[in-house]
Design a protein. Structure first.
Length: 152
C-alpha cells in the first residue's frame, strides 16, 4: 500500500486531465517505470530520490544497455498513445543524453541520479497527452504528425 501511495505522490504536481481516449493503464505503467528508474528510493535525511537507473549504470556496458531499453519503453508507449513526432524526438534525445553521459565511469552514475530522463519523458508525454487534440503539436513547428508503432 505504501509503494502505491509513493507512486501516486511522485507526480502530485501534475495537474492535467487525461482525455477519455487515452489508455490510463498505459499511463500508469509509464509512471511506474519512470518512478522505479528515477525516484524509487528517498535518500535518508534529504528530499532527494534516486532510482534503479544509477545502480544499473554501475554495471559496465550491460547496465547502460538495460537502462536504455527500459527507458525506451516510455518512448514507445508514448508513441502508441499518440504523442507527436517532435515530442518523441525530445524524449529520444533525453534517453540518448542519459546513456551517453551515464556511460562515463563514476561521473555517469551521479549524472543518472540527477538527470532523471525517465521522469522528464513521462512529464513530456503527459504535457502532450493532456492538450486538447486540436492543440497537440501546435507548439512543435506546424507539424501535426503522429508516429504510430505497432508492438506485437
Amino acid at each position: 500500500m505504501t509503494e502505491n501511495r509513493d507512486l501516486e505522490s511522485a507526480f502530485d504536481d501534475f495537474d492535467g486531465e487525461l482525455p477519455d481516449s487515452v489508455d490510463e493503464a498505459a499511463v500508469e505503467r509509464m509512471r511506474a517505470v519512470a518512478t522505479i528508474l528515477d525516484e524509487s528510493v528517498r535518500i535518508p535525511g534529504t528530499e532527494f530520490k534516486v532510482g534503479v537507473d544509477p545502480l544499473l549504470g554501475a554495471l559496465p556496458v550491460a547496465g547502460d544497455v538495460i537502462s536504455a531499453g527500459l527507458s525506451l519503453y516510455i518512448v514507445v508507449e508514448s508513441a502508441r498513445l499518440g504523442v507527436t513526432f517532435t515530442t518523441l524526438l525530445r524524449m529520444l534525445a533525453n534517453v540518448a543524453v542519459d546513456v551517453a553521459v551515464g556511460s562515463v565511469p563514476y561521473v555517469g552514475d551521479l549524472f543518472d541520479a540527477v538527470w532523471k530522463a525517465n521522469v522528464r519523458n513521462f512529464e513530456l508525454a503527459m504535457e502532450e497527452l493532456t492538450k486538447p487534440p486540436e492543440r497537440r503539436g501546435s507548439d512543435d513547428f506546424e507539424s501535426r504528425d503522429v508516429v504510430e508503432i505497432d508492438v506485437e
